[in-house]
Structures are given as C-alpha cells and as structure tokens.
Design a protein around this ligand. Sequence first.
Ligand code: ZN
Length: 138
Amino acid sequence: MKEKTNTRMMLRVGGILLVIIGVIIMIYSFVTLFGNFGPSFVEAKQKSITWLGLSALGGILLVTGGIMFYFSIIRPISKYVANEVSPAITTASEAFRKGIEKAVREKIIKVKCPHCGYLESEDAEFCSKCGKRLRPLQ
Ligand SMILES: [Zn+2]
C-alpha cells in the first residue's frame, strides 16, 4: 500500500521534472535557432541539426513526462472507482436480482397456453382465457 503511494509520487515528481526539462531544452533549442547564426552557411546548417536534435529530445521528454504524470493521476481515479463505484454496482445488481426474484414469486413469468396461446401464470393449472388444462395430468 505504502509502496504503491511511493511509486505514484515518483511517477508524479518524475513526470513533472521530465516536462520541465523538456520545456527548458525546447526553449534552449529555439534560442539556439534564433540566436546569432554566424556568417557561414555550414554553421547555420549545423545549428539547425542541433536544434532538430534538441527539439526531438525535448519533445520526447515532454511526452514521457506527460504520460508518467497522467498515470500518477489515473491510478487514484481507478482506486476511487474500486472503492466508491463498485459497491454501488453491487447494490444495483443486488436490487436487480431481488427484483427478478420478486417477479418470479409474484408469477410474472408466464407460460403459453398450448390451446389458445394466452400467456398464463407459470403455476396455473388451467388457462384463464379458454379454461383448458395448460399441461397434461401427471
Ligand atoms: Zn388457453
């Protein structure tokens, strides 16, 4: 239990750290790109490659950190679902089951009369519409 909480905290802190580092790297890469380019084309090209690499790295860190943070958030939610919602579902299904039992007890479940097709209570011996026997004598 305590270990789970620690993992969640690590995920959250690590995720935030990764996002911050990713943002810093991306800002740095933009500064590099829009900073002084220097006279030669080779240098500019070199800086573009550096910028691309840094942006990719920053992006990966951002996404990874975001996912980590997301999972640190989603875990308590699923725990909430387990603690709060499942008893409600259990109560609802229990009520549903009791309703069906009540229906059976009150003979809502019907049998079809073989003579006229009228739906009669399951435990009835004679059809209440045509008066004939619903099932042959035992
Ligand atoms: Zn009948």
